[in-house]
Design a protein around this ligand. Structure first.
Ligand SMILES: Cc1ncc(COP(=O)(O)O)c(C=O)c1O
Length: 372
């Protein structure tokens, strides 16, 4: 992950405004935050954006603003980062884990439906690795059950389904701007986008100690502090101008991976739906004996990652919420491996990664034949 190259690219364009913000002591709120919120809403093609401190808060506050309270169940996919389920518990709710499609590792309408009970109040669809599930089907399945729908778009800045942007399907979509994300701050940051102005105001209030709009001294709800810092907003505005080019760079890298690694024995690529506009936060493949494969890659100088080593319901903190094995999420977690992917990755380096992967797969194939 070359977060430094993205930072270097934007730094000259923000140096002066960061200095001005520091000398003017503009550290929280103000014009920089308002500008970024407007720019983010407009990029997402959704009317309202509320900046918050991080992606976990974005989810937690959206759930609270939607009324999640003690004992309310919210369905989440078991293949995601723990924050999706964490937010449900932080809001006072109970996560219900849904299995995923083995081809995409995304929750489907069927796996979602299997997790719904009479206590379920809502569903969080996760746009894992940069790809949304079938959101037309998800939206109608969730609405038909009278539930709310939140999109966890922490890995999906600019993703679309069938031409519609993340955030257009759910009551709200939640983003993380953690430095390693497709759009990342110089620290932690997040945002919620929504088409519902009242919901946006409730989230804004909860993120600001439950204050009444326009009345600093009146606290209507028990809220929290979850501000988007002014300095982070300046960084995010500058990086947002480059996001389309960076997303294209990611797509080019993945096109090469897919061209050379599709239908290669010993490695399985995840399926991409033609209606999904994938923004490739991560390029995840499935390989048996993943730990050894990762170690072999590293021996050849290729750094890989694992997202995520266990399905969330297998994590000790979430075992108390798990009531059944979820076969596909568990099998997926044992096999996933993320190959290098970032906008400044040169095509020569991509070629080298592909060469090493092919070499290791050939070695594995030869060993298997020798044993067989
Ligand atoms: C799918 C998903 N949801 C939520 C989060 C939480 O975001 P943050 O780390 O900004 O709290 C992340 C980020 O790691 C994520 O990948």
């Amino acid at each position: 992950m070359d977060v430094g190259a993205m930072a270097d690219e934007v730094w000259p364009s923000i140096e002066d405004s960061v200095r001005a913000a520091v000398s003017g002591a503009h550290f929280t709120g103000g014009a920089a935050v308002e500008t970024f919120e407007q720019e983010w809403a407009s990029y997402c093609e959704i009317p309202y954006a509320v900046g918050v401190a991080n992606g976990t808060d974005a989810l937690h506050l959206a759930l609270r603003a939607l009324g999640v309270g003690h004992g309310d169940e919210v369905v989440v996919p078991a293949s995601t980062f723990v924050a999706t389920a964490e937010a449900v518990v932080l809001a006072g709710g109970v996560p219900r884990f849904a299995d995923v499609d083995p081809e995409t590792l995304l929750m489907t309408v069927d796996t979602m439906a299997a997790a719904v009970t009479t206590r379920t109040v809502g569903v969080i669809a996760v746009h894992l690795y940069g790809q949304t599930p079938d959101m037309d089907a998800m939206e109608s399945a969730v609405r038909n059950r009278g539930l709310f729908l939140v999109e966890d778009a922490a890995q999906a800045h600019g993703a679309r389904w069938n031409g519609r942007p993340a955030g257009a399907f759910g009551d709200a979509a939640c983003f993380s701007f953690y430095p390693g994300k497709n759009l990342g701050a110089f620290g932690d940051a997040g945002a919620v986008v929504t088409t519902d102005g009242d919901l946006a105001e409730r989230i804004r209030s909860l993120a600001n100690h439950g204050r009444a709009a326009g009345n600093h001294h009146s606290h209507l709800m028990v809220g929290t502090t979850s501000r988007l810092d002014s300095l982070q907003a300046l960084v995010l505005s500058a990086k947002l101008a480059r996001l389309p080019a960076w997303t294209e760079a990611r797509q080019k890298v993945v096109a090469q991976y897919r061209a050379d690694l599709t239908d290669v024995a010993g490695i399985r690529l995840l399926k991409e739906h033609p209606l999904a506009h994938h923004v490739y936060h991560l390029f995840v493949v499935r390989v048996p004996d993943r730990e050894r494969f990762g170690a072999d890659l590293l021996r050849h100088g290729v750094q890989s990652g694992v997202h995520y080593a266990r399905a969330v319901h297998q994590q000790p903190a979430f075992v108390p919420f798990a009531d059944a094995p979820l076969a596909e999420a568990e099998k997926g977690a044992a096999e996933v491996l993320s190959l290098p992917l970032y906008p400044h990755l040169g095509m020569e380096q991509v070629g080298r990664v592909i060469e090493v992967v092919q070499l290791l797969l050939d070695e594995r194939g030869a060993n298997d034949r020798a044993v067989g």
